[in-house]
Each structure stands twice: as structure tokens, then as C-alpha cells.
Design a protein. Structure first.
Length: 101
């Protein structure tokens, strides 16, 4: 399994709009990508912390294909006017110790 985490901070007062776009447009588009197991937005308990867009993939190749296809860039651009700073993407491999959501 392969995990991609995008750390995001939204402008003050714009997080509700961002959540609506993420859940209504971004997550469904990502879930249609080959090899995607899950896509969700993690909301910070502490308002000073980042939101995290988490995507789970069957393989690194699936995640890389998604990224290079331009879909990731399109999804980022969809909410870019709501960012207070540039998002940071980090990727991790994970043992297949849990069943897909």
C-alpha cells in the first residue's frame, strides 16, 4: 500500500468552502483513479494545524500514474485560491496490515 499526504492550510473563514469542494468534487474524482483505495480530508483538532488530504493506493505505481496524469494538479488548482500557503505533498509506503476502507 502507498499513502500520499498533502498538507494544506486554508485562508481564515474559507475552510467550510474548501471542505465542500473537497468532499463534493475532489474526493469523488480521486476515488475513480486506478488503484485508489481511499481519499479523505483530515481536519485538524487544533485550528493552527494543517488539514491533510490523505489518499491510499494499491501501489506506488498507481499513485505515480495519478500524479503524472495531471489529475492531482487539477484538484489542487480547484481550491488553490483558498490556500493560505503552498500545499506540501509527502508520500509513504505502508505495510498492508489493514483492509481498504
Amino acid at each position: 500500500m502507498f499513502v500520499r499526504l498533502t498538507y494544506i492550510n486554508f485562508l481564515a473563514g474559507r475552510s467550510e468552502e474548501a471542505r465542500t469542494i473537497y468532499n463534493g468534487e475532489i474526493a469523488p474524482a480521486v476515488r475513480k483513479q486506478k488503484g485508489n483505495l481511499d481519499c479523505r480530508l483530515l481536519e485538524p483538532v487544533n485550528e493552527a494545524d494543517d488539514y491533510i488530504s490523505m489518499t491510499l493506493w494499491e501501489t506506488r505505481e498507481d499513485a505515480d500514474t495519478y500524479h503524472s496524469s495531471g489529475v492531482y494538479k487539477k484538484m489542487i488548482e480547484r481550491v488553490s485560491d483558498l490556500f493560505s500557503n503552498e500545499p506540501v505533498l509527502k508520500a509513504y509506503s505502508a505495510e498492508n496490515v489493514m483492509e481498504p476502507a
